[in-house]
Design a protein around this ligand. Structure first.
Ligand SMILES: C[S@@+](CC[C@H](N)C(=O)[O-])C[C@H]1O[C@@H](n2cnc3c(N)ncnc32)[C@H](O)[C@@H]1O
Length: 208
């Protein structure tokens, strides 16, 4: 599911550190909403939840996944996936009820094809961790329609001049062109030890 640096390291470098989540979550204010696009084995979501535990600001992670069997299976094999161990009961509750809450943390999962899911009732995201399989494997998930769906979900934030940041491991031309056509500004993301180029995209507006 992840590059050879491993899921936790990739989550830490690409999504948690690059987004400066710990700084952005330190003080109070409106809940910080993250769209975790492609829950997989939850490394990115758990990285964010771990980072925000006990912080001054609330964190709301909304994960999207069309096949929850992978994480269900991983939960039965936590020796092989040690990062799931401390979160086993939280994930079990998430999978059973669709939502898990504790203190300043809330985690929700929406099951289904992301392209078809109705996002209208969801709060707008301040950050998007975009982590589907590569554009070669799933071209439609890296197309303009998919990124446009996310861009349109930042309408109120844009009206308030608030920025939304999207991070992804891919630096492919097709991903970057689709992001730009969908309305995002597109730039270089933080490199990891095995991937020199990644992508950071954002909507116009003030950052937090
Ligand atoms: C690279 S993995 C995600 C890894 C994950 N972010 C993590 O931290 O472990 C991509 C995930 O996207 C899911 N997926 C593939 N197509 C999808 C779709 N159309 N809608 C929602 N999820 C999808 C796959 O089942 C897979 O779990």
């Amino acid at each position: 599911m992840h590059s050879s640096i491993g899921p936790l390291e990739e989550a830490r470098l690409l999504y948690i550190e690059q987004s400066e989540l710990s700084r952005r979550i330190a003080d109070g204010g409106e809940p910080l909403v993250i769209y975790d696009v492609g829950l997989g084995l939850a490394a990115n979501a758990l990285g964010a939840l771990e980072c925000a535990k006990g912080a001054g600001r609330s964190l709301q992670v909304i994960s999207f996944e069309n096949d929850l069997d992978g994480i269900r299976y991983a939960l039965t094999q936590t020796d092989a996936f040690p990062f799931l161990q401390n979160w086993k009961s939280a994930i079990e509750e998430l999978l059973e009820r669709g939502i898990w809450k504790s203190e300043n943390l809330e985690w929700q999962v929406l099951e289904g094809d992301f392209l078809k899911l109705d996002l209208s009732k969801l709060p707008e995201p301040e950050m998007i961790f975009f982590d589907f399989y590569s554009p070669k494997v799933h071209p439609q998930l890296w197309g303009v329609d998919c990124f446009r769906k996310l861009f349109l979900k930042t309408e109120k934030r844009r009206a308030q001049k608030l920025r939304t940041d999207l991070y992804t491991y891919s630096s492919s031309r097709v991903a970057r062109e689709s992001l730009a056509q969908a309305g995002f500004q597109v730039g270089e993301g933080k490199p990891t030890s095995i991937k020199r180029n990644t992508t950071h995209a954002w909507t116009d507006g003030r950052s937090f």
